[in-house]
Design a protein around this ligand. Structure first.
Ligand code: C2E
Ligand code: MG
Ligand code: MG
Ligand code: MG
Length: 279
């Protein structure tokens, strides 16, 4: 009896596995086709100076404009793209397009806007430096206006290589940010060893900043620490006026979140920025 039960549970397990693998393979195939058809497009979310309310830059966040008219979010396809290595090609598209678009905005009088692009683990360990230098050359944007967002876990996996990659990027004047700061294995030692410019405080801390004393204390401590280390700091995921007020009280210089705008297509972003900055 126990045997029978065991076997049937294994069978169910097998079927679930096969289904999962099949689904992954289907997504992989779709991603390849999507790349061929140029279906991966960066949306932009504003980054705002908390004192002036002006837009100082934008984060490029990829969306998948599928042939069937639906729009896919990164959560659905970035993990598969990462596992299959397709992220290298996909990420390069996003980076080049974000740089090209930024250049167009600069030329159109939206001067000084910084662009942030997410770099996943696989991309970071691939031909990152060449890819980024090429995108800069091709677009002609000022390296100081490009920021790469890298998570803690990506940085921690090969410390020696991380240090040298960050040095090479910094050598060209490119900015780097630790994304989702506080959710990985942050170590104060690495904050002083790594050549980075910005800490992006993870949304999960901002979410509970009003109700959870620990989250509030963490956020205010990270902001002070960043200041003392001469790092820029951005709070992610600001959704309400109350959260914004609290961040202002803590001296947070820059913020990002649905309170200002969701990530939107380039045209909508331009309208938003022109209105907000009076351009
Ligand atoms: P992330 O870099 O931490 O980006 C922030 C995520 O939080 C975005 O989700 C954004 O839409 C969302 N967000 C921003 N403000 C708010 C808010 O106020 N409330 C809430 N609830 N959410 C907010 P998205 O666009 O779905 O991206 C998810 C993740 O996918 C990103 O996290 C990033 O790790 C990855 N990703 C996105 N685009 C790219 C890309 O081009 N390349 C790579 N490698 N990864 C990407
Ligand atoms: Mg990011
Ligand atoms: Mg983040
Ligand atoms: Mg994230």
């Amino acid at each position: 009896r126990a045997k029978a039960r065991e076997r049937s549970s294994w069978q169910r397990f097998d079927i679930a596995m096969v289904e999962q693998v099949t689904k992954r393979l289907a997504i992989e195939k779709d991603i390849r086709k999507g790349l061929e058809n140029n279906e991966f497009i960066p949306y932009y979310q504003p980054r705002v100076d908390i004192r002036t309310g002006r837009v100082v830059g934008m984060e490029a966040l990829v969306r998948w404009h599928k042939a069937d008219g639906t729009v896919g979010n990164p959560g659905e396809f970035i993990p598969v793209a990462e596992e299959t290595g397709l992220i290298v090609q996909l990420g390069e598209r996003v980076l080049r397009e974000a740089c090209r678009q930024t250049r167009i905005w600069h030329s159109a009088g939206m001067d000084g806007l910084r662009v942030s692009v997410n770099i996943s683990a696989h991309q970071f360990r691939a031909n990152l430096v060449d890819m980024v230098f090429n995108a800069l050359d091709e677009s002609g944007i000022d390296p100081e206006l490009l920021e790469l967002e890298i998570t803690e876990s990506t940085m921690m996996s090969d410390l020696g290589q991380t240090v040298s990659l960050l040095e090479r990027l910094a050598g060209r004047g490119i900015l780097t940010a630790i994304d989702d700061f506080g959710t990985g294995h942050s170590s104060l030692y690495y904050l002083k060893t790594f050549h980075i410019n910005t800490l992006k405080i993870d949304r999960s801390f901002v979410e509970d900043i009003l109700n959870d004393e620990n989250d509030a204390n963490i956020v205010s401590t990270v902001i002070s620490m960043a200041k003392n280390l001469s790092l820029q700091v951005v709070a992610e995921g600001v959704e309400t006026q109350e959260q914004l007020d609290r961040l202002r009280e803590y001296g947070c210089p820059e913020v990002q979140g649905f309170f200002y705008s969701r990530p939107v297509p380039a045209d909508d972003f331009e309208i938003y920025v022109r209105k907000t900055n009076g351009w």
